[in-house]
Design a protein around this ligand. Structure first.
Ligand code: PLP
Length: 317
């Protein structure tokens, strides 16, 4: 079981896959993908790690539940809704949307798990990091633990620190890589202080590097970098070429979506092609999960049903 009485989320075993690609072969680069899947639907990848300590605190300190924030197709909201339901906690989400659409598969999933969804216009959603606003929310929801968007708090990053991403099946990685949006995952990998770390930004956010730095715990970090070259037209925007790349990954049994993992992996290939990742390196990439996002892409007709089946792996076997 995923959650024992001590909530040993980390007993989840990493699942490793080697990625093959002509550019990797031409540069003698090994690329290992590390995935994490819990037994609870909707809780995968970095969510397992980022929510570990907040959930523990909520249970141990007798909170009624968790209040958090996210977009209408957020992986984080699914993970909070599912893990809270599993643990007998309540969950409340401020959702960045003018109107709640319960036909949206992400919101339907959260609603079915008892999450209270509160439509929040852009003007209010923008206040989500402001201390005054957070104080107001805390007063509005007494007894609830506030967890920031994406779970990227100090506790969230601390959970990520537990992942031995550097230990690939072929030996220690030279470089750890992750898709980066709110920054907690990248900060956690840096705070582990095992190998150099590269975050590939999948959002356009000029403050992202500062957000990561705020979550760093030690003055001495391994070398790390936030690359902002591969965001394309913006968060959740993707080109036909990127979708084709995800299809090619799926044909080797590697299931990704083009918003986070697919986008960042395509960036890795480009960095290797350009010689900006050294030939002969061993790379370890964190598959941060989030395949539920494919349901939202299908719902908005941004991908076809055939692509949904292919990329999610449901067409396999
Ligand atoms: C699937 C997926 N990958 C990567 C990320 C980025 O992680 P972070 O927000 O910690 O930078 C997220 C957001 O949490 C995500 O949902």
């Amino acid at each position: 079981m995923l959650y024992s009485s001590e909530i040993q989320l980390l007993s989840v075993q990493p699942h490793w896959q080697a990625v093959t690609h002509p550019v990797l072969a031409a540069n003698a680069v090994q690329l290992w993908l590390c995935g994490l899947q819990s037994t609870v639907a909707g809780v995968s990848g970095n969510k397992i790690l980022k929510l570990n300590y907040p959930l523990q605190s909520a249970l141990q300190q007798g909170y009624a539940g968790i209040v958090t924030f996210g977009g209408a197709f957020s992986n984080h909201l699914c993970a909070v809704a599912a893990s809270c339901q599993q643990l007998g906690l309540r969950s409340i989400a401020y959702v960045r949307t003018e109107q709640l659409d319960l036909n949206n598969p992400t919101l339907a999933f959260c609603h079915a798990r008892g999450m209270q969804l509160i439509a929040t216009d852009r003007q209010h959603y923008r206040l989500r990091h402001q201390p005054d606003y957070l104080l107001q929310l805390q007063q509005r929801h007494p007894g609830f633990l506030l967890v920031p968007e994406g779970g990227s708090s100090a506790d969230g990053a601390r959970g990520v620190t537990q992942l031995a991403l550097e230990q690939t099946p072929a030996g220690k990685a030279d470089l750890l890589i992750t898709a980066t949006a709110s920054g907690g995952t990248l900060a956690g990998l840096i705070n582990r202080r095992q190998s150099a770390v590269l975050g590939i930004a999948v959002v356009k956010d000029a403050s992202l590097s500062a957000k990561v730095q705020q979550l760093l715990t030690a003055p001495q970090t391994p070398p790390w970098q936030l690359n902002t070259d591969f965001c394309g037209a913006g968060y959740a925007r993707f080109s036909p070429a990127l979708l084709q790349f995800c299809r090619e990954l799926a044909s080797q049994g590697i299931y990704t979506e083009p918003v986070y993992t697919g986008k960042a992996l395509a960036g890795v290939i480009e960095l290797v092609r350009a010689g900006r990742i050294v030939a002969g390196s061993r790379l370890s990439f964190f598959h941060t999960g989030g395949l539920q996002g494919l349901d939202g892409l299908l719902y908005r007709r941004l991908i076809t049903a055939a692509d949904h089946a292919l990329l999610s792996g449901s067409a396999a076997g």
